[in-house]
Ligand binder design. Sequence first.
Ligand SMILES: [Zn+2]
Length: 416
Amino acid sequence: MRKIRVAAALAAVSIIISGQPRAEQPSGAFVLKSVRTFDGESMHEGWAVRVKGDRIEAVGPAASIDVSGAKLIDLGGATLLPGLVEGHSHVLLHAYSETSWNDQVEHEPLALRVARATNHLRSTLLAGFTTIRDLGTEGAGYADVGLKMAVNEGIIPGPRMLVVTRAIVATGTYGPKGFVPEWTVPQGGEETSGQDIIRVVRDQISRGADWIKLYGDYRWGPHPGSHPTFSLEEMKWAVETAHDAGVPVAVHTSTPEGMRRAILAGADTIEHGNDGTPEIFKMMAEHHVALCPTLTAGGGTRRPGQPESPMRARRREVFASALAAGVTILSGSDVGTFPHGDNARELEAMVDFGMSPQAALKAATSTAGEVLRMDIGEVKAGKFADLIAVDGDPSKEISAIRRVRFVMKGGTIYKQ
Ligand SMILES: [Zn+2]
């Protein structure tokens, strides 16, 4: 185990040494040429993209693109596409197969968690994910705000970050739990009840939250499984307060009742939705609430030849009913529960569960740009020059997104 860790650390160091001097400042102009370009919506052949500063200046058939004063980058037979978006990450967590959530929250000092997170951010960017929505520090306070600053100031390489700080949980429902009742143990999220949720939302926004994350249900109380936490009224207070500041709200919820409350409260996205029913998904579509399905977190991946578990079969059925209801899908994996940089798993899982590869790509690019309200996810003039190139054609074989040859974020090249 220790040997593996040292090897991994050395590999990471060599990336820093060999990778950083190559990053180019986004002052000049580039023209990127490739055989295939996925623009966020559909595939085009023989296109070129002109980048100026941190934005895309022009896109179209190669012959129509002005190459004057630009550095030409020929990506050959690779597919050019928008930088991918991870809709649900936890950069301050590492794989549960290494260390359980409880042990990370209870025994890993903040500095250790931040040190790991800097590696996670680099792996994520080099895997072609140029934006993440990080949905909770899970006991690591406001460290996501500082990490985002470090990326934006060019101190460490990483994707664009939307952060939520501590996430909001109903009093007594979250973890770590299981201690003697006389002890009050610090929690992995910020606890609140009643109208105090208004204060907590405002406080988190003042400390740098771009989104608010609520836990709308959780495993709590005397009975097994998840049960609703916040009342509809509490959720409404939270959503109204966040929306006043132009801050959207993501709600972790898997029970039909938790999902129903989130929809009626005006939430912008629902995370997981594991037990969503056709009626609930219809409601989501009608209220324009997007679903971030995190199929990977619920045992979504399967090795070839491995039989399908009952849990996985159930998730397949639920995801199919969300698609049938026309719910907007934002690709998000809950990475952090599994290794950072392996975010492609979610797109593979969505395809395995019945989505077309092109629809899966859309969920991680143009749809993500819309749901996250950012100028990203499209190869289109005026959008941020977040562009990647992969070997092969991911609209035919989704796993091609693992073969990342080129990564540009905001006009700066991080991998070539
Ligand atoms: Zn999560």
